[in-house]
Design a protein around this ligand. Sequence first.
Ligand code: ATP
Ligand code: FE2
Length: 338
Amino acid sequence: MAGDGWTLGIESTAHTLSFGLVDANGIPHPSVSDTVRPDKGGIHPREAADHHKEFAPELFRKLLSTNNLQPNDITSVAFSQGPGLGPCLRIGASIARGISKRLEAPLIGVNHCVAHIEIGRQQCGCADPVLLYVSGGNTQVIARLEGRYRVLGETLDIGIGNMLDKFARAQGFPFPGGPVVERLASEWLLDNPDPSMDGLELPYAVRGMDLAFSGILTASLKLVENGQPLGAVCWSLQEHVFSACVEVAERALSHTGKKELLLGGGVACNSRLRDMCDIMASERDSQSFAPPRMYCIDNGTMIARLGWLEQAEGRITLFEKSAIDQYLRTDQTPITWA
Ligand code: ATP
Ligand code: FE2
C-alpha cells in the first residue's frame, strides 16, 4: 500500500484533460474528462492548454462529488510529466503542484506511455506481455527487459492515430478521426461481405521492426481524390495499417518468447484491431488482452495507478524536480515492480 488515502491522477498531455483516482489498494476508479474538439484543423497546443485551464476546477469538483470524497481524502497527487505537448503538460503540472501544496500531499510525476501500459496490465491481469501501444502520437511495440519497457519497434514518422485523424479530417470529420474511420469501414464491409476481392492497393507500413504511416496516408487521400468509395478506402487503410502493427507485434512475441500480447492507447479501442490481435495470438498459442475502452484513451486513472505504483516503490517527485519533459521516452522510466 502506498498510503492510507486516495491517489489523484491528472492527465493533460494533449487533447484531453482528465482527473482519475485509485484507492489505497491501487484499485482504479473511472475518470472525469473533457476533450478539445476544434471545429477545423488539428489540435493547437496553446488552445488545448487554455481549455485544460478553464475546465480543471469543474472537473476536479465533479471527480470528488462522483466519488463522495472530500479534498483531504486525497493523499498523493500524480501527474503526466511527459511526453506530450509542452503547454498542455505545463498546465497539468501546475494544477498538480497547486493541489499537492494545498493538501500537503506528495507529488509524483509519471511517464504517460508507461501509464498506458500499467493500467492495461492491471485491468487485464497479465504478467509479462509484449505491448502494442497504439495512440495518436505513439506507435510502439514494447517488451519488459532488465527493469525497463524496451521499445522493440516503433513508428519512424507519425503515430497511427494521428494518421487516422489526418485522413478523417481531410474528409471533413473532426477529431478524433479513428472512430469515424472504423465506423465507415464496418458499414462498407456490411455491404461488401467479401472485400478481399476488391481491396485497394496501398503501401505497406513495416520497416524491419519499425513502422511508417505517412506514405499510406498520402496514398489513401489520393484514392479518395481519384473517386474510390470512402468506405472502401477506410476498410483498406485499416486492414493495411493494423496488419503491419500485428506483424511487428507477432515478431516481438516470437523473438522474446513471451505468450501474452497487451493492447494499449486510444487506437486500441478499435474492434477490428482487437480481432486481428486475437487471431494472431490464438494462432501461436498465446493470448491477446485489451483493457476496457475508457482505459485505452487518455485518462487520469492510469496516471493515478502509475503514481500509486511509483509511490509504493518509495518514489515521489520534489517540486524542484517536477518540470515537464516533452520528449520523455518509454524506456527512460525504471520499472521496479513485479
Ligand atoms: P499518446 O500521448 O499516448 O500518443 P494520445 O494523446 O494520442 O496519446 P489517446 O487518447 O491515447 O491520446 O489516443 C487518441 C487516438 O486514438 C486518436 O488518434 C483517435 O483517433 C484514436 N482512436 C480512438 N478510438 C479509435 C477507434 N475506435 N479506432 C481507431 N482509432 C481510435
Ligand atoms: Fe495517450
